[in-house]
Write a protein that binds this ligand. Structure first.
Ligand code: NAP
Length: 288
């Protein structure tokens, strides 16, 4: 991704052009709605591809120092190299969100490399499908362990440094599936994504004394490598179910995460932000 100047990433405030007002307001013409996050250290899990890679790209292009976390060293290195080639600052770290020790090692390594951790995007997740009849205990555990327990391990590992940050930020990638909607074949996935929100609300209260906020982005259907594994029929059906008539892009989710990480979102905690092109809105299929 080509590097973009930071200024382009923010919305300009339009001055009031009324008589006598222009001079007074001209100083805000170039102002930005979101303060820069230059130099902030962000840990992004599941950054080897899909939404995590999109988050890593948007944060790097916004001036953050990005710890690219993935299970594969090659994939993490490739992502970090691409971010650096585009003018950003990034470094690869290998860890499995289901393995507490590897997450603790990752967080220590990131802090040693960058001097701390200020923002955590707990994004890694899996979404295999299984019917109720076929859902094994192992399949349930795999999904819950990666998606829900993984969020716990990610936060716990980074917490010592988040506490030291002036205002730490945690952003979970949840889903509309579970918290808002259901889908046949994903009972375990839906349970894991709803679990993330219960976790978030209690965690928000424990983190508040440290001025750490925790919020969740709830994507609808977003075009990623993982989603394309579900096949063209699924993607076609989902495209038609979205009022804005397109799947989300990874950047659509990353911009929401960037907002929740910004200084301007410092009074928002324990909340959800649905980014789904209106998919959860229609009361009936006639409305589409
Ligand atoms: P994806 O393309 O399959 O990518 C998943 C990422 O998670 C990969 O980087 C993968 O890395 C990583 N990962 C999986 N298990 C891991 C583990 N145990 N430890 C560390 N990393 C692990 O998925 P995606 O579509 O981008 O989804 C990312 C997140 O968004 C997930 O939490 C998903 O539930 C959520 N989401 C996605 C959609 C959508 O439409 N795409 C919608 C709602 C929510 P490896 O290289 O190590 O496998």
């Amino acid at each position: 991704m080509p590097s973009r100047p930071i200024k382009q990433l923010y919305f300009s405030v339009k001055p009031n052009r009324g008589a006598g007002r222009q001079d007074a307001l001209s100083h805000i013409e170039e102002a930005a709605v979101l303060s820069p996050i230059n130099g902030k250290v962000v840990v992004v899990t599941g950054a080897s591809r899909g939404i995590g890679k999109g988050i890593a790209e948007v944060f790097a292009s916004s001036g953050a120092h990005v710890a690219v976390v993935a299970r594969s060293a090659d994939a993490a290195t490739a992502c970090a190299d691409a971010l650096k080639a585009a003018g950003g600052e990034a470094a690869p770290f290998v860890a499995d969100v289901g393995d507490r020790r590897s997450m603790n090692d990752m967080a220590s390594s990131v802090a040693a490399h960058y001097g701390g951790i200020e923002i955590v995007c707990a994004n890694a997740g899996i979404f295999p499908s299984a019917t109720l009849e076929d859902m094994s205990a192992q399949a349930w555990d795999d999904v819950l362990n990666t998606n829900a327990r993984g969020a716990l391990f990610t936060l716990q590992a980074c917490l010592p440094w988040l506490k030291r940050a002036e205002s730490g930020r945690v952003i979970l990638t949840s889903s509309i599936t579970g918290p808002v909607t259901g889908y046949p074949g994903w009972a375990h996935y839906a349970a894991s994504k709803a679990a993330q929100l219960g976790f978030m609300r209690s965690a928000a209260l424990e983190l508040a004394p440290y001025q750490i906020t925790i919020n969740a982005v709830l994507p609808g259907n977003v075009m990623t490598e993982g989603l394309s594994d579900l096949g063209p029929d699924y993607i076609d059906r989902m495209s038609h179910a979205i009022p804005l008539k397109r799947l989300g892009s990874v950047k659509d989710i990353a911009w929401a995460a960037l907002f929740l990480a910004s200084r301007e979102a410092s009074f928002i905690t324990g909340q959800t932000l649905i980014v789904d092109g209106g998919q959860t809105l229609p009361e009936s299929l006639d409305a589409l």
